[in-house]
Design a protein around this ligand. Structure first.
Ligand code: ADP
Ligand code: MG
Length: 207
């Protein structure tokens, strides 16, 4: 899909579809090291996002900005604020030129930077950041090597899933799971799982 409103809407619809198909899985992950609301939170918020009409916005930036605001107001929890923050920043940095692989990477990176500014999580804290940092690093490495959006996003999705899986042995240092201390080890982080759906959804729709 092109990097226009329709492409952005396809990305969000694919993310919503993955989150909805795995709502019980996400909730189970959050039951083990959190408060068992991540699946329901995300399902509710993404239903509100997919109810938006992309044609009602002047362009992808306006549409993605409204997506961010909608996520903040409907998802709730730490993840709603962080995913909302991501989309607000991605909206502002969204490339205006079709096929601008490096521009898209810069938008992702700006969004991730704002997640980290707001949540103060760094790599290894057992959060969505552990999936997104390697994902967007892999994306940038691919585009720096001259690859286009499709292969760069495919590599990003693979790195994201690897980062997600690497959260299992970690001890949580941010968010609700950090209250468990060492008992948080041995469980996959729910936000890292939903962030991987986000990047996989991009890989299946944006190229
Ligand atoms: P809550 O913990 O408020 O119930 P959710 O269950 O919706 O929120 O989301 C939990 C996920 O949010 C965690 O698995 C983690 O990935 C992510 N998260 C929590 N706090 C932070 C943070 N400070 N920085 C980055 N991600 C975070
Ligand atoms: Mg929760």
């Amino acid at each position: 899909m092109p990097l226009n409103r329709a492409g952005a809407a396809a990305w969000l619809a694919a993310w919503a579809q993955k989150a909805e198909a795995n709502v019980d899985y996400l909730t189970d992950l959050d039951r083990q090291i959190g408060d068992a609301d991540h699946g329901a939170n995300l399902k509710r918020g993404l239903a509100a996002v997919t109810a938006l009409d992309p044609d009602g916005f002047a362009g992808p930036a306006d549409y993605l900005k409204k997506t961010g605001l909608t996520l903040v107001s409907t998802v709730g929890g730490a993840s709603g604020l962080l995913y909302g923050t991501f989309f607000l920043r991605v909206a502002a940095a969204w490339p205006s030129q079709e096929g601008d692989a490096a521009g898209l990477g810069a938008a992702f990176k700006a969004g991730l930077d704002d997640i980290q500014k707001r949540g103060k999580a760094v790599l290894g804290d057992k959060t969505m950041v552990d999936a997104l940092v390697p994902a967007f690093a892999a994306y940038d490495a691919a585009t720096a090597a001259g690859q286009g959006i499709g292969p760069a996003l495919a590599q990003a999705a693979a790195a994201c899933a690897a980062g997600r899986d690497a959260t299992v042995p970690l001890i949580a240092r941010k968010g609700r799971a950090s209250y468990l201390g060492e008992r948080s080890a041995g469980h996959l982080d729910p936000g890292a799982a939903s962030a991987t759906y986000l990047v996989e959804a991009a890989a299946s729709t944006l190229p």
